[in-house]
Design a protein around this ligand. Structure first.
Ligand code: ATP
Ligand code: MG
Length: 267
């Protein structure tokens, strides 16, 4: 468990990205990138392929170290923090490619999320069998609640590997609910997902935001989905912010049309 503690919010901004540069050899993936994410917002990130969206998520969530620049989380400098430390501070993410444990059931996939389960230590498990059983029961109860919230409780005993692409994305979302998340980064949660399931995912994001106070930051290519969910929308191009505004402002902006929307990439 990290000893780093999340401070209580003193203002509206939850994440600040300051002058981030990230290079891969000679390629500059993030080029002096600056942006803010408002607490309790559902912030959208769009931009052409290769514009640095996933790299930005990787830098913020501790999966990549930037070459220069700073990231602040609730006023605290978190640059260089490891992803597990950020996880313990309530910062979670899903991956562009879902990361489920395919040979485990949906329920088991959820039950492995909470950290520091006492049952993980052999000595502890021998001495404190009752406590462990109780904790296991609590985690299972929580997992059932999460599955019900997302309306996928009927899938609890299904092997995760057998789920459809969209159901795997919902499972990713479910995993973020097993701990007390404060901000969740979603990397193309809608990609390849059937329309009906996409609506379920969108509804779940709205409910998590409104009922549980989650802040979301989501990368998405489906402009109708992002305009329905997100305010503001940040447009990345060539590793820096091209524009930030509401969906209507983004759609009208000549620079955005030129670099992204006009290219017919957006549905
Ligand atoms: N681990 C890596 N090693 C080398 N180059 C990388 C790595 N990750 C990303 N890149 C490069 O950095 C640039 C930004 O990539 P990134 O994945 O952040 O783009 P993206 O906006 O998420 O694109 P997409 O919409 O296709 O997912 C691309 O040119 C990519 O090829
Ligand atoms: Mg990406």
């Amino acid at each position: 468990m990290s000893d780093k503690k999340l401070k209580i919010s003193t203002n509206d901004t939850l994440i600040t990205v300051n002058n981030i540069v990230k290079r891969f050899g000679g390629l500059v993936a993030l080029n002096d990138c600056n942006l803010d994410i408002r607490d309790k917002s559902i912030t959208g990130i769009i931009g052409p392929n290769g514009s640095g969206k996933s790299t930005l998520f990787n830098v913020i969530t501790g999966h990549l170290k930037p070459d220069s620049g700073k990231v602040y989380y609730d006023g605290q400098d978190i640059t260089g923090f490891e992803s597990y430390e950020l996880f313990n501070l309530g910062m979670l993410r899903t991956f562009q490619i879902a990361h489920e444990f395919s040979n485990m059931t949906v329920l088991e996939n959820l039950m492995v999320v909470p950290e520091n389960q006492k049952g993980e230590s052999l000595l502890y498990s021998l001495i404190y069998r009752k406590e462990i059983q109780k904790e296991d029961e609590e985690i299972k109860h929580k997992a059932f609640e999460v599955l019900k919230f997302l309306k996928i409780d009927h899938l609890k005993n299904e092997l995760a590997g057998n789920l459809s692409g969209g159901q795997k994305k919902l499972l990713e979302l479910a995993r973020t609910m097993m701990v007390d998340a404060k901000i969740v980064f979603l990397d193309e949660v809608g990609a390849g997902v059937h329309k009906t399931l996409l609506n379920d995912i969108a509804d779940s994001i709205i409910r998590l935001n409104e009922e549980k106070g989650y802040t979301f930051c989501m990368i998405e290519h489906d402009f109708s989905l992002i305009s329905r969910l997100c305010d503001p929308i940040i447009v990345l191009a060539e590793g820096s912010v091209l524009f930030k505004g509401t969906a209507a402002e983004v759609k009208e902006n000549p620079k955005v049309i030129e670099s992204y929307l006009g290219k017919g990439v957006v549905k």
